[in-house]
Ligand binder design. Structure first.
Ligand code: ADP
Ligand code: MG
Length: 478
């Protein structure tokens, strides 16, 4: 039987803001000491009142605008009720019926919505039966600690439509979202640090036009696990259906060691959460706030990842190289400045990308775009060999300096003056009668041998390309 897999993603990302979502405690993801950035509001003391973080709302509106979503005329927050030690109010302030953003597309995937909510505290479980600290529950004999530094940090939640049909597309979507959040400067979105958390809803169907029962997969801590977990889940569900079984709606975890998904709990339905509008916060009439006008938000957007790709396309760089450069603002700014310096040719830009990625590993510490471009021009002009360029680069990275001066000091400048090199070739041809004869008898390797001899005769300073050309011309005359 033919099965069609379907995937919808739900992605949470911590936003970078000065303070938390509903109070003025610091939002500092690097704080290692527990319970430092806290106050009566984010620790849920009775009688405290939340206030909406303007910066967090602005971040979501910028994300929503970048993906071409519709910004709500007005929006509101809702209480999502559930009981858990890391959510001491007994509810999370989230958004339900009136999210900030609806629709939009990213990496070709249709989005349902983007909304804002608060993060929960972090639970840490130690001791007990299982012994490890990474699990999600306290076991018998163990202890649980709650760290409230994370409680109330602004969280973006983005939901896609169920329109993805393979694991790779889901992974690519998540990578593109990470790029976008970084380009906008709204979040670091590191998966390993839990700054971005991906949940994949997976189903398979063999009926035209009808979706199967979905399973939600959690604990996906890398893009690779996202793809592997989805692929595993698709296979598991198909095997189950083939045996005449039935997929049940549940939440499954991804076991990184065993590379399998496992049952965690049966899925709660939205009615369980008893959503209702948060009575302690005002409705947000977005269209009445000048700072949030579509023009202002649009004007605040930097060049977006897909715009960078389009701009780089005519340069003829390899896809992987472009992705590497656009993945970081620092790399992007440096490389753009180098392109500017080089001005013209595609070849020199491609050459620049090779040295930037292979030799500098994308690091531009210690070298200016101007001096890097000068080095590239020397290579293009044949004044510096590829080996020589690498040596000069290493000197500049360590202590700065002018590429031309360094190349001269180290005796790396290549001679491509034809008068000088013709004299060199004459000497070699006079000495190497045997090789000359071999070449004439059709032995191609003899030419390479003669180029080598000429290089040696010039004490390594001769440009091999020029020497080769002169040799060929002379040999074909004789
Ligand atoms: P719930 O009410 O269970 O949270 P939603 O309709 O809100 O379900 O969808 C949550 C996520 O699950 C969305 O990303 C959506 O695209 C995805 N989804 C919904 N139905 C399916 C399905 N049958 N197969 C795969 N993904 C689905
Ligand atoms: Mg839902």
């Amino acid at each position: 039987m033919e099965y069609r897999p379907t995937i919808g993603l739900e992605i949470h990302a911590e936003l970078k803001t000065r303070t938390k979502m509903f109070c003025d405690s610091a939002n500092d993801p690097d704080e290692a000491r527990p319970n430092v950035n806290i106050c009566p509001i984010c620790t849920a003391h009775p009688g405290t009142l939340p206030a909406i973080n303007r910066e967090a709302v602005r971040h979501i509106l910028r994300i929503g605008t970048a993906v071409g979503g519709t910004i709500a005329d007005w929006s509101e927050f809702d209480r999502k009720s559930y009981f858990y030690p890391d959510i001491p109010k007994g509810y999370q302030i989230s958004q339900y019926a009136h999210p900030l953003v609806s629709g939009g597309t990213l990496a070709g995937v249709a989005l349902t919505r983007i909304h804002l909510e608060e993060d929960t505290a972090r639970s840490i479980h130690v001791g007990g039966k299982a012994g490890d600290t990474e699990r999600s529950e306290c076991t018998e004999g163990g202890k649980s600690f709650v760290d409230f530094n994370r409680a109330g940090i602004p969280l973006m939640e983005l939901v896609t439509e169920p329109v993805i049909h393979d694991a790779k597309t889901a992974g690519d979507f998540a990578r593109e979202l990470q790029l976008l959040l970084r380009a906008l400067g709204v979040g670091e979105a590191n998966l390993e640090k839990g700054e971005m958390r991906i949940e994949a809803n997976v189903s398979v169907s063999n009926k035209e036009g009808k979706l199967g029962t979905k399973v939600e997969v959690k604990n996906l801590n890398s893009f690779r696990s996202v793809e592997r977990a989805i692929a595993f889940e698709i296979d598991r569900q198909i095997a189950l259906l083939e045996k005449g079984g039935e997929v049940i709606q549940e939440t499954r975890g991804w076991d990184e060691t065993k590379q399998i998904t496992f049952h965690q709990r049966s899925k709660e339905v939205s009615a369980d959460y008893r959503y209702f509008p948060e009575p302690d916060l005002p409705k947000l009439f977005l269209s009445e706030i000048p700072e949030f006008s579509p023009e202002n938000i649009r004007a605040s957007l930097p060049e977006l990842p897909w715009e960078r790709r389009t701009r780089y396309a005519p340069l003829g760089l390899k896809t992987d190289d472009v992705e590497f450069i656009i993945a970081s603002d620092v790399r992007n700014i440096f490389f753009d400045a180098v392109i500017q310096e080089l001005g013209d040719t595609r070849e020199s830009v491609i050459l620049a990308a090779n040295y930037f990625i292979s030799d500098l590993a994308g690091e531009s510490d210690g070298i200016t775009p101007a001096s890097f471009a000068k080095l590239i021009r020397m290579v293009s002009a044949g004044d510096l060999s590829s080996r020589g360029a690498k040596d000069v680069l290493m000197v500049i990275v360590k202590g700065g300096g002018d590429p031309e001066k360094i190349a001269k000091e180290k005796g790396l400048v290549q001679v491509h003056d034809t008068t000088v090199l013709t004299a060199v070739v004459e000497v070699v041809l006079a000495q190497e009668g045997k090789a000359v004869q071999e070449y004439k008898n059709g032995k191609q390797a003899a030419l390479q041998y003669l180029v080598g001899k000429a290089m040696r005769e010039s004490r390594g300073a001769g440009n091999p390309e020029t020497l080769r050309e002169i040799l060929l011309a002379k040999l074909n005359l004789k």
